[in-house]
Ligand binder design. Structure first.
Ligand code: FMN
Length: 187
């Protein structure tokens, strides 16, 4: 099982990057191979149909599509911005949707969010499901959130609360088994 892992934050001290690394570590412990990317690797212009007509799909969007296609599934950590997904992530999804075949179609994803607030980014994840599922992605039904993210991570990057780690581990395991069943089906 090969996973592509991406945190949709550009910030150096991103909580979502930390959360993604925790998820990648758990997935590796359960035998997955994880390709962790930085969102900055895929800097692309705002979607513009005129730009697409003139120059085609930007290389950064195509590179992102290739990384997704090379994996069986995806770990995706996204901050919540104003009750929704960040604009740069939606922009990347919009460019991906112009590639044929659409690289995320038929792929699975486990989505997660860390937030500084008490709700942990769950509202943003519900919004994120809409374009992903609309494009044919199998978004795992259960999602993982970290509220009060500024206090949740230890200096080594791990989650401080052992019960939270236990819950996250069970979710990652559950996702891996669903993702491998979907991958075996050849979707
Ligand atoms: C533009 C903007 C909007 C935000 N909106 C929300 C929000 O709606 N809900 C929330 O819980 N946190 C919100 N936050 C706070 C984020 O949870 C916090 O900045 C978090 O650290 C961002 O993730 P990152 O650390 O991975 O960059 C917002 C932050 C920014 C910069």
């Amino acid at each position: 099982m090969r996973l592509f892992a991406l945190a949709a934050s550009l910030r150096q001290a991103s909580l979502n990057r930390k959360l993604l690394h925790v998820a990648a570590g758990l997935a590796r412990r359960h035998g997955a191979e994880v390709d962790v990317a930085e969102f900055r690797e895929f800097t692309m212009p705002y979607f513009d149909a005129d730009l697409q007509a003139r120059d085609g799909i930007p290389e950064a969007a195509q590179a992102l599509g290739r990384r997704i296609l090379a994996a069986d599934g995806m770990l995706l950590a996204s901050p919540e911005y104003n009750y929704s997904l960040p604009g740069h992530l939606k922009n990347a999804i919009d460019w991906l949707s112009r590639i044929r075949p659409v690289p995320i179609r038929g792929k699975s994803a486990l989505v997660m969010s860390a937030s500084t607030g008490p709700i942990g980014g769950i509202r943003g994840l519900w919004q994120l499901r809409i374009p992903l599922e609309g494009l044919g992605m199998f978004v795992h039904p259960d999602m993982y959130i970290v509220p009060h993210g500024n206090d949740a991570f230890a200096a080594d990057g791990g989650l401080k609360d052992p019960k939270a780690v236990e819950r996250f581990d069970a979710l990652v395991r559950d996702y891996l088994s669903a993702a491998s069943a979907l991958a075996r089906r050849g979707v």
